[in-house]
Write a protein of this length. Sequence first.
Length: 153
Amino acid sequence: MSSGLVSVRVPTSPPPLQQSLRLRLRLALRRRVLDREIAAGLPAIEDPARALRAEQLTSRPERRCVAACLTCLLDAANERHADPASRLELNHAEILAARHKVVELVEMLRSDRPVTARGMALATMLTENDGPLLRTRPGRTVLAAVSETIVAL
């Protein structure tokens, strides 16, 4: 005889720690894609991984890291300019031509002023191997890329 109750299996979500680990793994595997999405203006709130990446990008440690990278690239551009035989491969002439804007960006990153995730994504992309500071891009100058980043911050 049946009691009239039906057993229904309700799917459960993974425990919070497991969700967090999955999210962090997803973020680690897709960091560059997420940075490009944020730089393109896609809303962080629509994707948990994008939201976490936006939070990371605007953190004080990330700001200091990007500022340090930009400072190192300025130093490297000076070295490359002083020693044409240097094996450093970077867009040194354009970096030096945009020095004042790069310094302005570094100062903004080191300041206490709030920054946007989009501006930080753009700043991070400046320092990547395929970014404008290291690779010449037809129709895209270092000055234009750095200026866009400053406006977006």
